[in-house]
Ligand binder design. Structure first.
Ligand code: AMP
Ligand code: FE
Ligand code: FE
Ligand code: ZN
Length: 297
């Protein structure tokens, strides 16, 4: 299938997880920035999909419905983008519910630790997370900002929220191989998000890469600000070895991070590969207004 998109950003967040905009605001900004296709990939939930679909239709841009699924390896966390899967798939909805539940309890434990040193409460965090379905450290950061303890999310992560700051708590997440299998069973296409954050900068090791490819890994997010240039060349080599899709994206979180919408893009032929492999839900195409019958008054 030939899609007509040219400016495609496949990894963004709304307030449904840790972005700072509603799905509609995000889509409207994407259209205003000149993107013609956006991937909505909130952490561990799909609650933004319906609103985003309406907004994308209104704005006249394409929408790739996705999610950024938390997984965990022996060397730390790994984020797995999942595209165009069936959002009603039982195994996947049960898994994400378990992750979100664990996220919430873990956030409460982090706040209990922080509260020993700083004037911050769980109620502060809930006031910040608002409608978010998946609670994360960014909401704790927002509470610290609101209290005037830090200037912004970045400072909160640097000072209190990184894993070695003394307040960190882990949360439940599946093994990446298990996650890949479940995403494929739900008709989705799994893509490793910002692989440079895996294995303390080294990326997935050869053994893990091999096992993920065997389980049905679809692609690697190569063009992402967290992947250094020389590491991107390595990722391209790995992608060739396993015939993987390569994507690029902003990982935009609204005002929550310096990442700018559309700062990295996915080549159109790579999106076509994702769409060809997916059987869960279709990519939403913009309605061609010119072909609609014109209204007579
Ligand atoms: P959590 O999901 O609770 O483990 O928190 C990780 C989330 O925090 C990721 O989705 C990132 O988007 C966000 N994050 C990580 N580092 C920073 C930072 N320095 N500034 C703002 N957000 C960050
Ligand atoms: Fe995030
Ligand atoms: Fe991520
Ligand atoms: Zn992300």
């Amino acid at each position: 299938m030939a899609l007509s998109f040219t400016r495609i950003d496949l990894h963004t967040h709304s307030r449904v997880s840790d972005g700072t905009q509603s799905p509609t605001e995000l889509i409207d900004e994407a259209a205003a920035t000149g993107l013609d296709c956006l991937g909505l990939t909130d952490h561990d939930n799909t609650d933004g999909w319906d609103e985003a679909a309406c907004a994308a239709e209104q704005a006249g841009i394409g929408l790739v419905r996705g999610m950024e699924l938390s997984t965990i390896t022996r060397s730390g966390s790994m984020h797995m983008l999942a595209y165009l899967f069936d959002p009603t798939n039982r195994a996947l909805t049960e898994l994400t519910a378990e992750i979100r539940d664990s996220r919430e309890h873990r956030a409460e434990r982090i706040v209990a630790r922080l509260a020993k040193d700083f004037p911050v409460t769980w109620a502060d965090v809930l006031a910040q997370s608002g409608e978010a379905k998946a609670i994360g450290r960014p909401h704790i950061a927002d509470a610290l900002v609101e209290r005037g303890i830090v200037a912004d999310r970045t400072q909160a992560f640097d000072r209190m929220l990184h894993p070695r700051a003394g307040y960190y708590e882990p949360y439940f997440a599946p093994d990446p191989v298990e996650a890949i299998t479940m995403i494929r069973e739900a008709g989705g296409v799994p893509v490793v998000a910002h692989p440079a954050t895996v294995g303390r900068g080294a990326g997935p090791d050869d053994d893990l890469m091999h096992r993920m490819a065997d389980a049905g890994l679809g692609g690697l997010e190569v063009w992402h600000r967290l992947n250094p240039p020389e590491f991107r060349a390595h990722l391209m080599q790995v992608a060739r070895t396993y015939d993987l899709i390569v994507t690029g994206s902003s990982d935009y979180h609204g005002a929550g991070k310096p990442n700018r919408l559309g700062e990295n893009l996915t080549p159109p032929d790579q999106l076509e590969r994702i769409v060809e492999q997916a059987t869960g839900v279709p990519v939403l195409l913009p309605q061609r207004r010119a072909t609609q019958p014109s209204k007579s008054s």
